[in-house]
Ligand binder design. Structure first.
Ligand SMILES: Cc1cc2nc3c(=O)[nH]c(=O)nc-3n(C[C@H](O)[C@H](O)[C@H](O)COP(=O)(O)OP(=O)(O)OC[C@H]3O[C@@H](n4cnc5c(N)ncnc54)[C@H](O)[C@@H]3O)c2cc1C
Length: 458
């Protein structure tokens, strides 16, 4: 597969494909990109709404992303903004900073409930061990006891029913007992519940004893953000590829004959490559422009509450002041496809009225405020659906890809991963190294199982 004259075809013009193409070109390899959609960007693209490039759902870079070569290079030319995290978790009628701090969480679920939950954990040595092991126990490829059992054993019944179960069922539209523990390991574990509850119990006890103030702990950390939105990263890659002379064909889907000529780095939809039972869930994005300067200080609201259709709501200008028009503000409301299917229209009529009512109860949209404009976009294939036992299907699917001989799957779609932008960049780099070392694609597919252990950061 090596040889400077051979052209490498890159399928998919999202971050993974574009970055892989740039790395190849910079290392003297001929590369060509095809992208099925008329525009580049994939999930890191933008919806132009009222002159603002709005992200396709809430995107933030983890500060550690700046250690990665791609983001370091962009940052050196156009510095990313460092923003305070001002997320808000809506729990019943309480608001908790997100990621949650211990005392605020204890206050939101109530002092008796949090003390009894914490006492339950500490009393049961086995459960405590499971908690301590939560963070260390990252392997998603070992046995699957299911989401419900995995989480209940670690956080107890009360927290499971109050938070984890409704949130998982909202996103996936399935009973929690159909879901794999992978969902907990890849996503839920980022809240480090043992440390949180133990600390909440300690602080709550000190609060009762009068030794501590139940005050607001303020914003929880910071994030990094491109001044003109996530799609400006794609814009940077596009400009670099033009400089490097890499051709990009838009509105051009991968066809079976495309793999006859040379190696293919495939960052597109796995289902376009081989038959598979692996499936995704999509996301409705409802952009709402309101005639006020701003609705609040939070950049994102999170709601596990089953009474809210939305899982997250972002106020765009709170990510970057450059994403703002005087006299109005834009909310991006994320409604998981869940059990709705892909064909609802939340952007008008009764569904819009009900959604606005929910946003008002949640305290996000001021009462009586009428939108200036609303637009809906449905984004398919956002969340890989990790059902119980999915791993066997993943291995069978990848074995089919391996028999194709010259396909190197990369990125979120082709590897069926739930990962961040910087993870996609890391995987693209590793794949390019693999190809340039002249190693066989089947050997890459064997390695790819390690990427399943990556945990998404929110
Ligand atoms: C709502 C949401 C919030 C997120 N938040 C964050 C965050 O806060 N921080 C973070 O770092 N990351 C975040 N991410 C993740 C990040 O956006 C993705 O991991 C990343 O953009 C995936 O890039 P990719 O190139 O691997 O895949 P994609 O972006 O999915 O790109 C795949 C591309 O391939 C094209 N394609 C598919 N099939 C074919 C085919 N057969 N032929 C040709 N082209 C094809 C598609 O049209 C698409 O353009 C978020 C994602 C979403 C959806």
């Amino acid at each position: 597969m090596s040889g400077v004259a051979t052209e490498t075809l890159i399928v998919g013009g999202g971050l993974s494909g574009l970055y892989a193409a740039l790395l190849l070109a910079r290392r003297g390899r001929r590369a060509r990109v095809i992208e099925r959609a008329p525009r580049l960007g994939g999930l890191a693209g933008a919806e132009e709404f009222r002159g603002i490039p709005c992200d396709l759902g809430s995107h933030r870079l983890h500060p550690a992303a700046l250690d990665r070569p791609l983001f370091r290079e962009i940052h050196a030319q156009t510095p990313f903004l460092q923003r305070p995290r001002r997320g808000v978790l809506l729990l019943g009628d309480r608001r908790v900073p997100y990621p949650p701090n211990a005392l605020a969480l204890a206050r939101a679920i109530g002092l008796p409930a949090s003390l009894s939950t914490a006492a339950g954990f500490l009393a049961r040595a086995g459960r405590r061990r499971a908690f301590v092991g939560w963070d260390a126990d990252r392997a998603v490829t070992s046995g699957d006891q299911g989401f419900e059992r995995f989480v209940r054993d670690r956080v107890g019944d009360r927290a499971y029913h109050a938070f984890y179960r409704p949130y998982a069922e909202k996103v996936w539209g399935l009973d929690a007992d159909e879901l794999s523990q992978t969902i907990a390991k890849k996503r839920v574990s980022t809240t480090r519940p043992w440390a949180l509850i133990a600390s909440a119990a300690g602080r709550a006890a000190r609060w009762i004893a009068g030794d501590d103030e139940p005050g607001d702990d303020g914003p929880s950390g910071s994030f990094v953000y491109p001044e003109r939105g996530a799609a400006s990263i794609i814009g940077w890659l596009e400009a670099e590829l033009a400089r490097a002379g890499v051709p990009i064909e838009r509105s051009r889907a991968f066809e079976p004959g495309d793999r006859d000529r040379g190696p293919v780095l495939f960052a597109g939809d796995l289902r376009d490559l081989v038959p598979t039972k692996l499936e995704h869930r999509g996301l409705y994005l409802v952009y709402i422009a309101l005639p006020v300067e701003r609705v609040g200080a939070a950049e994102t609201y999170y709601s596990p509450d089953a009474r809210h259709w939305f899982g997250r709501v972002a106020e765009i200008q709170n990510y970057s002041p450059a994403l703002r028009t005087p006299g109005e503000t834009i909310l991006c409301v994320e409604i998981p496809e869940g059990a709705w299917g892909p064909r609802r229209d939340f952007g008008q009529g009764e569904l819009l009225a009900a959604l606005l009512a929910q946003l008002t109860w949640a305290g996000i949209v001021p009462r009586g405020l009428k939108p200036i404009e609303v637009r809906q976009r449905f984004v398919p294939s956002v969340y890989p659906l990790y059902r119980r036992g999915w791993m066997a299907e993943w291995r069978a699917t990848m074995a089919r890809v391996a028999t194709m001989g010259n396909i190197v799957p990369i990125g979120r779609q082709a590897l069926f991963l739930h990962v961040n932008l910087d993870h996609c960049a890391d995987i693209a780099e590793a794949a390019v190294d693999h190809v340039l070392a002249g190693l066989h694609p089947a050997a890459w597919i064997e390695k790819a199982e390690n990427f399943l252990e990556i945990r998404v950061r929110d």
